[in-house]
Write a protein that binds this ligand. Structure first.
Ligand code: 6PG
Length: 223
């Protein structure tokens, strides 16, 4: 794991957006296309703001979430909504959004169709992850009902998980898909998450799911 500490959040968000833009441009140069997987939640908005205004070959870039809460797009809890509002605008509106949600009662009903959409875009060129203070990443929550399966080396691309801390049911990329990404960035802010990250380094992935991706990741942190 590589840890970069920034003097403040503003610098963190800008510098991370620049790193991601350079890696996406590089992937398109090398392969003619790229994929970019991003977290929802409250932290990444400013990174999205910068990236959305950056000139990149966005029409050759597929964007998809790490995970989605099983709510429709008009809910303020929808990560897809966050993406549309903060990332897929300006030059970045030309990117191809690969959905992680489709209207249905339960995520299990849509797993196959949504996985078919994601599969052609693997491995992920650039993966940006968030982390909760409980050491979850994507929707791999400690104590989630199918966590062991989602951490297994033979896990499917996407799984539906339920966990008390998650609120609504979730759909998430599994650990092996996250680990296979070419470039892995973890974005965390504040003292509580920094302490959680240190704790995670000495725990198993079952106890601290972020552990599954730490070895090859660059962690970006500011107070
Ligand atoms: O849908 C989600 O909740 C996310 O994808 C999740 O994994 C998130 O990255 C962490 O929970 C951190 O969230 P915050 O940035 O809000 O602390």
């Amino acid at each position: 794991m590589k840890l970069i500490e920034y003097p403040d959040r503003e610098l963190l968000f800008l510098s991370l957006a620049n790193d991601i833009a350079a890696q996406l441009a590089d992937a398109v140069r090398q392969h003619g296309r790229a994929s970019f997987s991003v977290p929802g939640g409250t932290t990444p908005g400013p990174v999205f703001d910068t990236l959305s205004g950056t000139e990149l070959p966005w029409d050759q870039i597929a964007v998809f979430l790490n995970d989605e809460r099983w709510v429709s797009e008009d809910s303020p809890r929808s990560n897809t909504r966050l993406l549309r509002e903060r990332l897929l605008r300006g030059p970045a509106h030309r990117a191809h959004l690969v959905p992680l949600y489709a209207p249905a009662e339960a995520p299990e009903e849509m797993l196959e169709a949504l996985s078919d959409g994601i599969r052609p875009h693997l491995p992920i060129s650039v993966l940006l992850l968030g982390m909760g203070a409980d050491m979850h990443t994507a929707s791999l929550f400690p104590g989630a009902d199918r966590l062991a399966q989602a951490l297994a080396p033979d896990a499917p691309v996407l799984m539906a998980l339920r966990a008390e801390a998650a609120g609504e049911p979730r759909i998430t990329l599994t650990a092996r898909v996250l680990c296979d990404a070419m470039n892995i960035h973890i974005l965390i802010t504040g003292a509580e998450k920094r302490a959680a990250l240190e704790r995670a380094r000495h725990l198993s992935a079952e106890q601290a799911p972020i552990r599954a991706v730490l070895d090859n990741a660059t962690v970006h942190w500011a107070e």
